[in-house]
Design a protein around this ligand. Structure first.
Ligand code: GRF
Length: 225
């Protein structure tokens, strides 16, 4: 029996990845209890998603703090108050510091809408389109002190199709994000991810990882023929 993780999720916007995590927990596909959702923005729709499921929410505006470190200290205080032991950044648009990372060593995950190390940072989908790649996707990784750099846990690939816009590609990637974030969290919680330097080795029961390559255009919704 795997001990449940006590999960804290940090958001800044729509919260569709948060919704995927909520759904996976409620469908008993993710052995976790969602203890608190924290947003740096009061207008994040993800707060509404959490509240609809009776999940505690907190707004901690980053503008209230002089430094990123002071902000993170407040976030850590709130996570500790809710007994959190695993942290998921889900559409969270702030850089986190060692204040957060040292409080939860190897227990902070993030999702990025590209196949890292390609296209780190903002507007990853636009970067992929402008570069002209034919395959892009999403990455779940441990967060380290560099941006979009920590050990990669799960990735999923999608085709970039002729006529794609930033929006159509983002939507195709987002569908895979909602698959791999709950999967990656489950693998970590079940103790199936072993860190070896900058590599995260996934062990045992990883058949579902093979299905995360979706190159066939047929798998791509919204493809312009
Ligand atoms: C997603 O593409 C995620 O990869 C990025 O922010 C976007 C919105 O995420 N970090 P969400 O809908 O708020 O979960």
């Amino acid at each position: 029996m795997v001990d449940k993780a006590l999960l804290g999720v940090l958001i800044s916007g729509s919260g569709t990845n948060l919704q995927a995590i909520i759904d996976a927990i409620e469908e008993k596909k993710l052995p976790a209890e969602l203890r608190v959702v924290i947003s740096n923005r009061a207008d994040a729709y993800g707060l509404t998603r959490a509240q609809k499921h009776g999940i505690a929410t907190r707004v901690i505006p980053h503008r209230d703090f002089a430094t990123r470190e002071e902000y993170d200290a407040k976030v850590v205080e709130e996570l500790r108050a809710h007994r959190v032991n695993l942290v998921a950044l889900a559409g969270f648009n702030r850089i986190v510091t060692r204040v957060l990372l040292s409080a939860f060593p190897d227990r902070v995950l993030n999702i990025h809408p590209a196949l890292l190390p390609s296209f780190p940072g903002l507007h990853a989908q636009r970067q992929a389109l402008e570069y002209g790649v034919k395959i892009s996707g999403a990455t779940v990784h441990f967060v380290d002190e560099q941006t979009d750099h920590g050990p990669i846990i799960v990735q999923a690939a999608v085709p970039v199709l002729p006529g794609d816009t930033e929006e159509s590609l983002a939507q195709r990637i987002l569908e895979q994000e909602h698959v791999i974030y709950p999967l990656a969290l489950r693998l970590v919680i079940e103790g199936k991810v072993r860190l070896d330097g900058r590599r995260a080795i996934v062990e045992g029961g990883t058949a579902e990882l093979a299905s995360l390559v979706n190159p066939s255009p047929a798998s791509a919704k919204g493809a312009s023929t």
